[in-house]
Structure formats: structure tokens, C-alpha cells
Design a binder for this molecule. Structure first.
Ligand SMILES: Cc1cc2nc3c(=O)[nH]c(=O)nc-3n(C[C@H](O)[C@H](O)[C@H](O)COP(=O)(O)OP(=O)(O)OC[C@H]3O[C@@H](n4cnc5c(N)ncnc54)[C@H](O)[C@@H]3O)c2cc1C
Length: 414
């Protein structure tokens, strides 16, 4: 694999940067694979990478209907944190956080992970009690967290208006939280997976899942049938569509979620700030854009756009907290399709079909889990059983009632 270093940069600058090799190959699909991963987003690519790296599998393909990282991976607002409420989810998000902390080195690809801190504001006494409870739970789980006062928030962001219609009473702060560059995450995993022999097949929609005697035997695609011993569905907003190809009904609703960015500004916003009560969040990208988002649109659908009133409401909330941003021009707005589960927790595990595995339900908050999700999914697929980290996150919880309700951790669950 081509190694990125200051020396390779210098060497290539001598030849006008024309000598860089392609980041990954574009092979034609083979007739048969040990594992086919459906979905070339961050989670699918990370699954393939860890299958090769941690479990020594080589005959793997990632099948993507569009281009790598063109789904939610490229559409999210890149907030990374691990301060969830319940032990089961915290454990997985914290595993992910630990992988983030060494990811650029592991992939030899700069994913621009920036631990600039995430604030979750509290605007009511009840919200502050919930924040205190969550921070205590986090600390008991070894996850960093602190409760900060309005004065401390003002110190971090001097121009914030704390006396909004719902005054800011405090916040939780996870200093290890932050942001990363989303497409670099997809490209980094893709490049590293390719280097370990994974075939990355783009523009190849999966149209069917073939089974024989209750076990999966392969997938039908627009490029023909591909035989596979195991198939992993990692298709985010299209998970229900994929699962229905194997006659499985998932407890998932697919909804549009929007975001928008402003024109680039000089560095002005030092951290990530989220508010559940007024339903908006904001950070600044390394390019300088203010990155703004909110909650899901209220209707189900597969259109990758959202409704105007959601965006309007979000901007009202942002401008109320940061009046000086009222004169900033917005550059782009877009939507993605998020896969929302009833308890706001992901589903990673086996399905009733032998050899078929599912990873979905990340809803509005799966980007932060990309490395951890891929790591746990790879273990599940390779060993044909969940890892302790995702045992509680199986489909079974919707039958036995052991739900893990993370709605309380953040109304805006990013
Ligand atoms: C606007 C927005 C803001 C968000 N903000 C945050 C945030 O700040 N922090 C956070 O942690 N999370 C956030 N999320 C959620 C996060 O983006 C997702 O949970 C995460 O990216 C899911 O990754 P993935 O790899 O599973 O999905 P995707 O990147 O969507 O990958 C799934 C892939 O499957 C492919 N696919 C689907 N059907 C087929 C088929 N039939 N055949 C082949 N391929 C198929 C798709 O084309 C797609 O590329 C946000 C999401 C959105 C939309």
C-alpha cells in the first residue's frame, strides 16, 4: 500500500503530484466470496477492513450501489462522542472512541479527528437532572464527562446568548468528543481494506438475497449473481428494503434528516454545541463552514432531502443563541435517510437466515460509531456470534423486551 508521509509528499511534489497511485482498485466482481458486505458506507467499509485485519479473511467484497461513502457517511455532521446513558450503548460508543483515537495512524490516512469537546446544553431543571445523571453514569463506565455552568460555557464561547426563551442552565461536556472528516473516514477504510485484498465494487446495486434451505447462498446484483458463504447487510436507510429481500421485517423506520453549512468563516467556533430543547446543533469544519443540523423530519421516506420548515426552525434556534450568525450566508443544504429503531439503539447481529447478518438502526447518530460498529460487526460475521459489545444489541431485544432506551441520552441523538 502506498504510504503517506512527509517524504512521499515531497517526492511526489517533484512530479506535479502525478505519480500517486489510485487509492483502491476497481475490480470486476468474482463469482464467489467468503463474505459479501452490502453497503459501501463507513460502516460497511470498516466491517470489511476489520474482517481482513482482525480475522484474517481475504476473500471479501463490499458491494455498493452508488459510490463509496456517498450515503449517510458523506451527509452527516460528523459529531463524535461516547457519552450515552446506558451501559450497553456506552460500551460500544466508547470502544469506537478508543479506535478513533488511533485511527489515522492505524489507516495511515488522516481522518482529521479533532477532539475539541462536545457540549450538550440543558435548558430546564429536568434536563439538568438528566445531564447530571448521564455524566455520573458515564464516569461509572470510565467515560469522561463533566457538568459545566453557564459561566463556563460563556468562557468557552463568549458571544453565546444564554438568555434565550429557554435560558441555558448548564451543560454536559465531553472533552474527548469532537468531529472528524467524514469522507476521509470512508476513503481511509476503503484504501486500507483494498490493501488487504478486499474487492470494492461500486455502481452495483444488490437486488436480491438468495437462500437455500434457510441459509444464504449469495446476492443478485445488477452485475449478475455473486455467490457468498456469508452476507452482511450494512445499508443504513435502506436496511428494511434489503432485509425484506430475505423476508425479514425490521423494526426500523427510514426518515429524512437534514443538515446545512454556511459560507466559510475564520475560526470562530471552538467546540461542538448541541441543544435538545431548542433542537439544533452547530460546529465549525476545518474548512471554516458552520455545520448546522437538527432532528429528523417527522415523516417516513426515501427522498434524500427534507422539509423547509425543519431547516427554518433550526436556524431560528441557532440565531437566537448566536445572534451574530444572523448575517452569515448559508451555502448548502442536503438530507440523508436515517434508519431509526424504536429504542434509538443500533441492531448488530445475526438474523433468522443462516449466514445473513444485519447492522442498522444507527439513526441520526452512527457516524461516531463507524470504527466500533465495523469492529463489532466483523467479529459477529467472522465468529458467527455477537461480541460481548453487541450481544445486547441484537434483533432479539424486540422479541424479549430488553430494549435499551437511548432517547433519554439526547433528544438530538447525534
Ligand atoms: C444529515 C445527517 C446528519 C448526521 N449527523 C451525525 C452526526 O453528527 N454524528 C453521528 O454520529 N451520526 C450522524 N448521522 C448519522 C450517520 O451519518 C449514519 O448513522 C452513518 O453514517 C451510517 O453509516 P453507514 O455506513 O451505515 O451508512 P451509509 O453511509 O448510508 O452507507 C450505506 C450504503 O449502503 C448502500 N446501499 C443501500 N442499498 C443498497 C443496495 N441495494 N445495494 C448496494 N448498496 C446499497 C448505500 O448506497 C450507502 O452507500 C447523520 C446523518 C445525517 C443524514
Amino acid at each position: 500500500m502506498q504510504h503517506f508521509s512527509i517524504w512521499s509528499l515531497l517526492r511526489n511534489s517533484m512530479s506535479y503530484h502525478e505519480g500517486w497511485q489510485k487509492q483502491w482498485r476497481s475490480p470486476e466482481p468474482k463469482r464467489e466470496y467468503d463474505v459479501v458486505v452490502v453497503g459501501g458506507g463507513g460502516h460497511g467499509l470498516a466491517t470489511a477492513y476489520y474482517l481482513a485485519k482482525e480475522h484474517g479473511l481475504r476473500n471479501i467484497a463490499v458491494i455498493e450501489k452508488g459510490y463509496l461513502g456517498g450515503g449517510n457517511t458523506a451527509r452527516n455532521t460528523t459529531i463524535v462522542r461516547s457519552n450515552y446513558l446506558w451501559d450497553e450503548s456506552t460500551a460500544l460508543y466508547e470502544k469506537s472512541m478508543q479506535l478513533w483515537e488511533g485511527l489515522s495512524q492505524d489507516l495511515n490516512y488522516n481522518v482529521m479527528f479533532s477532539q475539541r469537546g462536545v457540549l450538550n446544553l440543558g435548558h430546564t431543571l429536568q434536563e439538568m437532572r438528566d445531564i447530571e445523571r448521564r455524566v455520573n453514569a458515564n464516569r461509572l463506565n470510565g467515560v469522561d464527562g463533566e457538568v459545566v455552568t453557564p459561566a463556563q460555557i460563556k468562557e468557552m464561547i463568549p458571544y453565546i446568548n444564554l438568555n434565550t426563551r429557554y435560558p441555558v442552565l448548564g451543560a454536559s461536556l465531553q472533552r474527548r468528543g469532537g468531529v472528524a472528516r467524514h469522507d476521509a473516514v470512508a476513503w481511509g477504510f476503503a484504501r486500507a481494506a483494498d490493501a488487504r485484498g478486499v474487492d470494492l465494487i461500486q455502481n452495483c446495486e444488490v437486488t436480491g438475497i438468495r437462500r437455500e434451505g434457510g441459509a444464504v447462498v449469495g446476492v443478485d446484483t445488477v452485475k449478475g449473481f455473486i455467490k457468498a458463504k456469508k452476507v452482511a447487510i450494512v445499508a443504513a436507510g435502506h436496511s428494511s428494503v434489503m432485509a425484506s429481500m430475505a423476508d425479514i421485517r425490521l423494526p426500523i423506520e427510514s426518515k429524512p434528516l437534514q443538515a446545512l453549512v454556511s459560507e466559510p468563516l475564520k475560526p470562530i467556533f471552538p467546540c461542538v454545541l448541541m441543544s435538545n430543547a431548542i433542537h439544533a446543533y452547530i460546529s465549525q469544519s476545518d474548512k471554516g463552514d458552520l455545520v448546522i443540523g437538527a432532528g429528523v423530519d417527522q415523516y417516513n421516506g426515501y427522498g434524500q432531502r427534507g422539509s423547509y420548515h425543519t431547516i427554518e426552525h433550526t436556524l431560528q434556534a441557532i440565531v437566537e443563541m448566536f445572534p451574530m450568525f444572523s448575517r452569515v450566508r448559508m451555502n448548502r443544504q442536503w438530507g440523508g435517510i436515517v434508519d431509526v429503531s424504536p429504542d434509538a439503539c443500533p441492531i448488530i447481529g445475526l438474523t433468522p437466515v443462516k449466514g445473513l447478518y444485519i447492522n442498522c438502526g444507527w439513526g441520526t447518530g452512527g457516524f461516531k460509531a463507524t470504527p466500533g460498529s465495523g469492529w463489532a460487526m466483523a467479529h459477529t460475521v467472522a465468529q458467527d456470534r455477537p461480541h460481548a459489545l453487541n450481544e445486547a444489541l441484537s434483533l432479539n431485544r424486540f422479541y424479549n423486551g430488553h430494549l435499551i432506551d437511548e432517547h433519554g441520552a439526547a433528544g438530538v441523538a447525534h
